[in-house]
Design a protein around this ligand. Sequence first.
Ligand SMILES: Nc1ncnc2c1ncn2[C@@H]1O[C@H](COP(=O)(O)OP(=O)(O)OP(=O)(O)O)[C@@H](O)[C@H]1O
Length: 288
Amino acid sequence: MHNPAAEAASVSAAVQASTPLLQVDQVSLQYRTSSAVVQATHDVSFGVYPADRFVLLGPSGCGKSSLLKSVAGFLPPASGEIRLDGQVVRHPGPDRIVVFQEFDQLPPWKTVLQNVMFPLLASKTLKKREAAERARHYLEKVGLARFADAYPHTLSGGMKARVAIARALAMQPKMLLMDEPFAALDALTRRKMQEELLMLWDEVRFTLLFVTHSIEEALVVGNRILLLSPHPGRVRAEINSHQYDLASLGGAGFQQTAQRIHRLLFDEGAAPAAPEKPINFGDVRFSY
Ligand SMILES: Nc1ncnc2c1ncn2[C@@H]1O[C@H](COP(=O)(O)OP(=O)(O)OP(=O)(O)O)[C@@H](O)[C@H]1O
């Protein structure tokens, strides 16, 4: 049956989906030290759509963390522009929350609940009672409701990671920014955290920008992956990876894609180094 309201809603959803939430446009990043200027990235462009799990992947020093810092508003581009929801990013803001790998950033004198409430109160987003309610809601989502009154030093690394994620999600940011969040965890816990992150995403559908140098992690966590060339980082290719999850690990298709990415990242002959325009090549967009 014809339903004009539903049709209008689906058209507006389609228009929304076709506009990137985050637009990174020809961004070059630099650090000025007393003796030199270090070029971290060169002319990097990409767009992140609502509910994307967008991964920045590349070798050490290619500027992944610098890009994340710039999106967070801590590092202004030397040239180019970053826009979130159409607004140029100039400063850090509660609409972009960063989760780092150092979970020991959780103040040890605050309980788990107080840790999750803290940014909500400090930013005056909510009053105490509402902040506690929201904090409990997200603690439940990460499976830590029973540990609300525990102190961080009594938690495992994986549990601290979950507190940090609950704390970030409780702010209901437009984007969650994660810089190698699981790198310090042992292999089993890391896999479990990846699984939990995907389950959380299934439920909450947040928009994620995720930095890693692990090809496997990029394929598992991301639905889109931007490959960056070594220092200074340039866009090498963009890959759709929505078909992979933890269950694909070890499968032939997964291995082949991982090898292809490895060649693109480390084999100088695999793709020309100087990027200009990305072209489509199956699920991989090479940059020439
Ligand atoms: N504060 C800084 N001052 C000067 N140079 C810096 C600074 N931070 C990063 N750099 C340089 O910028 C480049 C990009 O660094 P960045 O940390 O963004 O890379 P990365 O891809 O995240 O590396 P890794 O995977 O090792 O963390 C590197 O050459 C690095 O030495």
